[in-house]
Write a protein that binds this ligand. Structure first.
Ligand code: GLN
Length: 381
């Protein structure tokens, strides 16, 4: 007799774990799971070291260290000209995924519908399901941009939440002012909560500005906006992020947060509070990653892969239909095991993957030498 009934019958191991493992086992260049392969700033390590040596090794306050909350409120005001209250509208989380999980846990009731735009980051739908919500999947347009009409058409009286993501993982596209204005219109006069996943906030290229939900007062008043330190400061292993929301939403968020995490590690919070005092530390990020995108993209153009447009994030999607007819998961496994380069197939990001889509995602948050070596291998195919 089985001890349990699974709550997530359709969920296995994440594609990120599968592909990273395959990369390690086969000695492949790992452009799959999104994480930098270069060292973080020594200053940050020194700041953590200082904090530990100064005795900051016990629990931080549940919502976060006051000086980090203040530093983030200042950063948000500087970038988006909007003031959040550090006491009631911001919480430090154990990464973006935990922020998303907790926001859903705190607000989605059984039977509530949550609109998810596929391809969607893989944690969204299972988390909704776990709390009895009903994921309603719509698709990005074929250009990998949001199809506002499709999203609008999915709204019903049972819609509790809309999840958006910009810059987009895995697509690498961004939402622009006109897209956000459509979101404002479709949510007006509803009680739908917006969950805006903006963890790649600083990875927006070609001089474009990040169109944050924060910038739109009608969205700000109904939104959880999720951010990540890992993506900005190359510290994905620290698992640290933060979430902004108006007081009414944040009160509910913290009720859940206090019982599944309580608080996030203290020395890192001290270090980040100090590090954020120098805006250059995040202002230099777009140019840094744009150079990597350009390097990888120009290499990719010498291969049989056809790159899609990458406007933001550290992911470059490429069409491999000139190389192979294999479905994408099989292609990604073949590429890692036989050709020595690991990427992420796109189909796991869909409820119903488009049948003949032949797309793979490569992460370019890598040293130039890693990118060059990968291109060399891809050119040889
Ligand atoms: N965000 C990372 C990516 O998209 C993966 C993080 C994880 O493995 N959970 O590749």
């Amino acid at each position: 007799m089985s001890l349990l009934t699974t709550k997530l019958p359709h969920v296995g191991t994440t594609i990120f774990s599968i592909m990273s493992k395959l990369a390690v086992e086969n000695g492949a260049i790992n452009l799959s799971q999104g994480f930098p392969d270069f060292p973080i700033d020594g200053k940050l390590i020194e700041l953590v070291d200082n904090a530990m040596n100064a005795g900051h090794n016990q629990y931080a306050p549940m919502p976060g260290l006051p000086k980090l909350l203040d530093a983030l409120v200042d950063k948000v005001e500087r970038l988006y000209k909007t003031k959040y209250d550090p006491a009631s509208e911001i919480t430090i989380t154990a990464g973006g995924t935990q922020a998303i999980f907790t926001a859903i846990a705190a607000t989605v009731h059984p039977g509530d519908e949550v609109i998810i735009v596929d391809p969607a980051y893989d944690c969204y739908a299972p988390t909704v399901t776990l709390f009895g919500g009903v994921p309603i999947h719509v698709r990005l347009g074929s250009d990998m941009k949001i199809d506002a009409d499709a999203v609008q058409a999915a709204i019903t009286p049972r819609t509790r939440m809309l999840m958006i993501n910009t810059p987009h993982n895995p697509a690498g596209t961004i939402l622009r002012d006109a897209d956000m204005k459509r979101v404002v219109e479709m949510l007006r006069d509803t009680s739908i909560i917006l969950l805006s996943d903006e963890v790649y906030e600083h990875l927006v290229f070609d001089g474009e500005l990040h169109a944050s939900a924060i910038n739109y007062p009608e969205l700000r008043e109904r939104a959880f906006v999720v951010f990540s330190f890992g993506k900005v400061f190359h510290t994905t292993g620290w698992k640290m992020g933060y979430v902004l929301a108006p007081k009414e939403l944040m009160t509910e968020f913290r009720k859940v947060h206090q019982f599944n995490v309580f608080s996030v590690n203290t020395p890192m919070q001290h270090a980040l509070a100090e590090y954020l005092k120098e805006p250059l530390h995040y202002e230099q990020v777009p140019a840094f990653y744009q150079a990597k995108r350009d390097r990888f993209l120009s290499g990719l153009r010498r291969t049989e892969f056809k790159p899609l447009s990458c406007e933001g994030s550290y992911f470059q999607v490429a069409d491999y239909s000139a190389i192979s007819d294999l479905p994408d998961v099989e292609f990604a496994k073949w590429l890692a095991t036989e050709k020595g380069v690991a990427g992420i197939p796109l189909s796991p990001f869909y409820r119903d993957p488009p049948k003949d889509q032949r797309l793979i995602r490569f992460c370019f948050a890598k040293q130039d030498a890693t990118l060059d070596a990968a291109i060399e291998k891809l050119c040889a195919i």
